[in-house]
Design a protein around this ligand. Structure first.
Ligand SMILES: NC(=O)c1ccc[n+]([C@@H]2O[C@H](COP(=O)([O-])OP(=O)(O)OC[C@H]3O[C@@H](n4cnc5c(N)ncnc54)[C@H](OP(=O)(O)O)[C@@H]3O)[C@@H](O)[C@H]2O)c1
Length: 274
């Protein structure tokens, strides 16, 4: 993996699998832009990377539980960089992060939908000029095998809420967005794919869900890196992978009407429709 001269942004790289991917890309020579909320965790990652003799990454703090946080992140990145070779939308919360009860974002949207999906949707569009300027370039959406179809009559899950459904709806939304964006970007030199990195990696979100980990961050991280930099992925777009293998997502992902509804709703909720 040779990434000299390439600029990459990985959201949620202060912890878990994102941290692993950031360190691997830095070791390959990339100019790595790391993101999260926690200054101390960002510093510890930067120190690790520097200690290995690689260029220190730049930290862009932002809370993605508000759309203004996502906008500020995009503005800060674009102020420093006119080109972005790789955008990995990885930040996320689990089904039980902050407890089992329904929570909302600063904008009043169901929290898992907001952090895991809407912020990444907004970021991708705001960063697209820099990503297009670097074509051939790539976007990777870190989704999951946990997928629940969207009930368009209750997208914010105000009735019968449970965290597992909320998490899985947000992850299917990322996959639907991936297919849509890939269609939109045909011919631009920008590819976009999504994946389930690995099942129950040993990360904060899994541990706080009370689940016993069964995979390592290395396994999931290598699957993300495959979509991000793998030679065999050049020019391939709109796909969903389970680890290293191409896979089928929930049937709703392949329903153009559902994707169109989600897209219209997302453009409206993020203010991009104006
Ligand atoms: N773990 C698994 O087995 C598994 C399986 C399938 C898919 N995934 C997906 O893989 C991705 C990474 O998960 P992980 O397991 O590595 O999780 P993790 O260890 O809990 O790390 C989550 C990352 O997201 C950031 N983040 C969380 N909430 C945020 C917010 N409101 N604003 C900004 N950043 C925020 C965290 O930053 P802070 O340092 O600020 O907290 C952290 O860097 C997620 O999208 C997850 O859904 C994970």
């Amino acid at each position: 993996m040779k990434m000299d001269g390439k600029t990459v942004l990985i959201t949620g790289s202060t912890d878990g699998v994102g941290r692993y991917v950031a360190a691997r890309l830095a070791a390959a020579g990339a100019n790595v832009l790391i993101h999260g909320r926690d200054e101390a965790r960002a510093k510890s990652l930067a120190d690790d990377i520097r200690r290995q003799g690689h260029a220190a990454p730049t930290f862009y703090p932002a809370d993605l539980s508000s759309l203004s946080g996502a906008r500020q992140l995009a503005e800060a990145v674009l102020a420093d960089h006119k080109r972005l070779d790789l955008f990995i939308s990885n930040a996320g919360i689990g089904s039980r992060t902050l407890g089992a009860e329904r929570r909302t974002s600063a904008d009043g949207h169901e929290l898992r939908f907001a952090v895991n999906y809407l912020s990444g949707f907004l970021l991708a569009y705001l960063l697209l000029p820099a990503i297009k300027a670097s074509a051939p370039s790539r976007i990777v959406n870190v989704a999951s095998l946990g997928q629940h179809p969207i009930d368009f009559d209750d997208v914010m899950i105000t009735r019968g809420y449970n965290g597992g459904r909320a998490y899985s709806q947000s992850k299917l939304s990322q996959i639907m967005f991936t297919i849509d964006l890939a269609n939109e970007l045909k011919g631009s030199g920008v590819t976009v794919n999504s994946l389930h990195p690995a099942t129950y990696m040993n990360t904060t979100m899994v541990r706080e869900g009370g689940i016993t980990p069964i995979s390592t961050v290395e396994q999931g991280g290598e699957a993300i890196l495959h979509l991000a930099v793998g030679d065999d992925m050049a020019g391939r777009s709109g796909l969903f992978f389970n680890g290293m293998h191409e896979a089928q997502a929930n049937p709703q992902a392949y329903d153009p009407t559902a994707r169109k509804r989600l897209r219209a709703l997302s453009l409206e909720l993020t203010g991009l429709a104006k």
